[in-house]
Design a protein around this ligand. Structure first.
Ligand SMILES: [Zn+2]
Length: 232
């Protein structure tokens, strides 16, 4: 697990799991008991009960959901906003960009957000939608961690796809290290967050190049890394 902290919200933590913590995704046909065990180990290792974990049924949308109730079904959405500060929202990725967003209100309560920013959801605005849900929930002083994901030097896409993305999000167009069209997902997420005044931290790890993380393009078609935020 890679552990990080927030500077404006020093009681909040960010964690990014990888290959060592095992597959954290239940939607890809994995053995449910193995996934539940891997998830519980992550929570206990971080010092809180697994009941605090809250997942999404991710569908590459820009939809923001409230966390499910205890034992409830994961909502179909790609962002979550916990305005109670009591939970540990989780986003699952294996090349897409995991985004953890913190805010707190004048009441002292933390607002915790996560977003799953793949190419489609990113272009459709899932990241600002997640941040906006925290602001509308009374949060202030946005601060975000962008977790391990495929880098601009590796994320090759067809030229037409790069052009379509660039038209929607100027600055996202990039090139691979071997000179073909690519997209800078992390740069685009960071730009969207900074545009709304958030303090942004970037993990910098590339899931395709760093073997400690699962990577879809690297051949991990069903396993996912977990990125989560919680109040320590
Ligand atoms: Zn890379």
């Amino acid at each position: 697990v890679r552990l990080e902290s927030f500077t404006l919200h020093p009681h909040l933590r960010a964690a990014f799991t990888g290959r060592e913590e095992g597959n954290q995704a239940s939607h890809t046909g994995a053995d449910p008991d193995a996934v539940a065990g891997a998830r519980a180990l992550v929570a206990s290792g971080l010092g809180f009960p697994p009941e605090r974990l809250r997942y999404l049924h991710q569908v590459h949308s820009a939809r923001v959901a409230a966390p499910a109730g205890p034992g409830g079904i994961a909502p179909e959405a790609d962002a979550m906003a916990d305005v109670t500060g009591d939970l540990a929202p989780v986003v699952l990725t294996a090349d897409c960009v995991p985004v953890l967003i913190a805010a707190s209100g004048p009441d002292g309560v933390s607002r915790l957000g996560v977003a799953h920013a793949g190419r489609r959801g990113l272009l459709d605005g899932v990241v600002p939608a997640a941040a906006d849900a925290l602001l509308r929930g009374g949060g202030e002083r946005l601060e975000a961690w962008i977790g391990p994901s495929i880098c601009a030097g590796c994320y090759e896409v067809p030229a037409a796809m790069r052009n379509e993305a660039q038209a929607l999000l100027p600055g996202i167009a990039a090139s691979t290290t071997w000179g073909t069209p690519s997209l800078d997902l992390v740069g685009a997420v960071a730009a969207q967050l900074r545009a709304i005044g958030a303090l942004v931290h970037v993990s910098g790890a590339c899931t395709l190049e760093d073997p400690s993380f699962f990577s879809y393009r690297g051949g991990d078609l069903t396993a996912r890394n977990a990125s989560l935020i919680w109040a320590a």
